[in-house]
Every structure is written in structure tokens, then in C-alpha cells.
Ligand binder design. Sequence first.
Ligand SMILES: Nc1ncnc2c1ncn2[C@@H]1O[C@H](C[S@+](CC[C@H]([NH3+])C(=O)[O-])CC(=O)[O-])[C@@H](O)[C@H]1O
Length: 328
Amino acid sequence: MFDWKHRYQPLLSDLEANDQEDWASQIADQLYRRFESNPHGDLARWNAALSALPVLHEVEADLNAPAVTLQTQAPLNPTQQKDLETGLRGLMPWRKGPFDFFGTYIDTEWRSDWKWDRVVPYVSPLDGRRVLDVGCGSGYHLWRMAGAGAEEVIGVDPGLLFLMQFFSVKDYLSEPRVHMLPARLEDLPPQLACFDTTFSMGVLYHRRSPLDHLLELRDTLRDGGELVLETLVVDGPEGYSLMPEDRYGMMRNVWFLPTCDTLLRWLDRTGFRDARVVDVSVTTTEEQRSTDWMRFQSLQDFLDPDDPTRTVEGYPGPRRATLVASKG
Ligand SMILES: Nc1ncnc2c1ncn2[C@@H]1O[C@H](C[S@+](CC[C@H]([NH3+])C(=O)[O-])CC(=O)[O-])[C@@H](O)[C@H]1O
């Protein structure tokens, strides 16, 4: 069974030592529910894949390279190489990355490093900061945040396969600064007010109530803390946002695609100050595509073949804005 007690003990002890006993006991309850009282149907299979990964010593990491990289001095022997392949293949599909496990390159569906490169020039330096990443996926950006010098990084994402992918990296590293919880933002205690920087990238459009999402993000931050928000946007006047009739680019659960000016208004109304748009980029089929490690359909299949500037449903194709704001 997935040994969550052992893996989460350091985080729970840290929180207790920092007067966050309530949060620690809430996390322990949530973990118990997810792993023991009501486990996901695929958990045993994913755990077997994680357990298949070879035990290796003196692993070093490069958290500043485009692919989060793990390496050892000596190359892996053929048995270790085979076990590595079995374990990593058992954790497919790999969507957010890339990663390099001891020379095995995981070409993920997304070039998440491209997003990081777009965002990081505009973020206050992360050195010494306590950082939250909401909707962290496999945890790719968590490792890059630690590489950028953050003192502590916590990711939250409800996806359990993502969590298993996170532990496929974490189990190799003695890296006490980086944690991931299988939870939604809404599952965190209200008014945490303890993070210096909170990222929400690729989540807002999945929320039926985007303003509540912004309020919940604000409540995670200390006064003056920084929000980094990245989400899908459309053209149009202030106040406008697109609500797709059903799917958007074949994705279910897409609710609001605002204009940049609407987003600035939303941030103002939810208690942020100094909000600014720092980047707007079209998502290309080079950035999001099927690979050997994610063999399902991807962006190319979600765009109109006769007009790739539009989704198959006829909406404007994906364009993402990054905004930075402070808790007012
Ligand atoms: N309420 C929620 N709370 C926390 N996580 C959530 C919630 N709802 C959805 N998610 C999670 O947010 C992530 C959004 S993906 C962005 C990944 C990364 N940030 C990226 O920018 O590359 C974008 C996409 O694939 O559309 C998924 O992993 C969800 O499980």
C-alpha cells in the first residue's frame, strides 16, 4: 500500500512545529480518506509502478535545467534501466514536464518549461519565500520553484496520478523543502495567510466560480504577498467573458474565459492591488502535443483542421495571459 504516513511525516511535523496543528490534522484526515478509507481504483497499480523504480543512492538533481534532471555518478546497470522504464511507463500518461530520469527523457505532453520561462521574469525573486502552487499537476513547477531558491514549496492538486509522478522524483531526493498534497485549493483551511507567493496556473477556467477562486487565493497569502495567475483569455471589452456552451477545445469543465481587462477588474474587486498583465501567448501545437509518454489526443486534435486559430467547437483558440498582483 502507498506509504503516505512515512512520506508525509516530515511535512506534518513541520506544520505542528510552526503552530499549524489544525492544518496538520486536517491534512492527515484527508490523506487517510484518499489512501485508506476510499482509495482510487488505480492506486494499487500506480503504487506498484512507483515501487518498481530502482533504488539508487547519491542521486543529484538539476532543478534549473529545462528538464528536471536526476543523475547518479555511475550509469544505471541493465536491470536498473529496465526497472526504471517499467516504473515510469506504469505512471503514464505524463502530461506536465519534461523530466530526465538518469538519462531517460520523459517528453511530456506539455513543454511546461516554456510556461516557466514566460512567467519567471516577472515574479518577485523566490529566494527565501514560502510558495504555494495551486493545480501543480505532476509537480514540475514545484521543482523549478525550489531551483529558484524558494525556502518551502507546497503544491496542491487533486489528481492522484500526478501525485505518484511527483513522488517518482521526490523519493530519489533528500529535498525537504518540496511537498505536494492531493487536495483542491478549496480543501485547504480558510485564511491560511502564510504564503509569500501563490501561483495559480491553468486552474481559473476550470472553476465554476472564478471570483471565489481569486478570494481563496488571496486568503492563502500574507499581507503584501504576491499572486501569479495564468489562465485562458479571449479578446473583447472590459467586463466581457466567454462561457462555452459545453466543451472548449474538447475540455470539459471550462467555465469562464475573460478578457485581460475583465481579469484586472476581477482582481481589483477581490482585494488585489498593482495587478498587471505581464504576458499573453498563444498556445501552440509545439507546446502541447501527443508524445511517446502521452499517447492520447492533444491540442492538434482539439483545433479546427480548416482553421487552426479556432477550436473544434468554433471558439477562439487557446491564448493564455499571466498576471501578477499583490494582496492589498
Ligand atoms: N480546485 C482545484 N484546486 C487545485 N487544483 C485543481 C483544481 N481544479 C483543477 N485543478 C488541477 O489544476 C490542474 C490544471 S492543468 C495546469 C497544471 C500546471 N499548473 C501548469 O500550469 O502547467 C491545466 C489543464 O490541464 O487544463 C490539473 O492538474 C487539475 O487537476
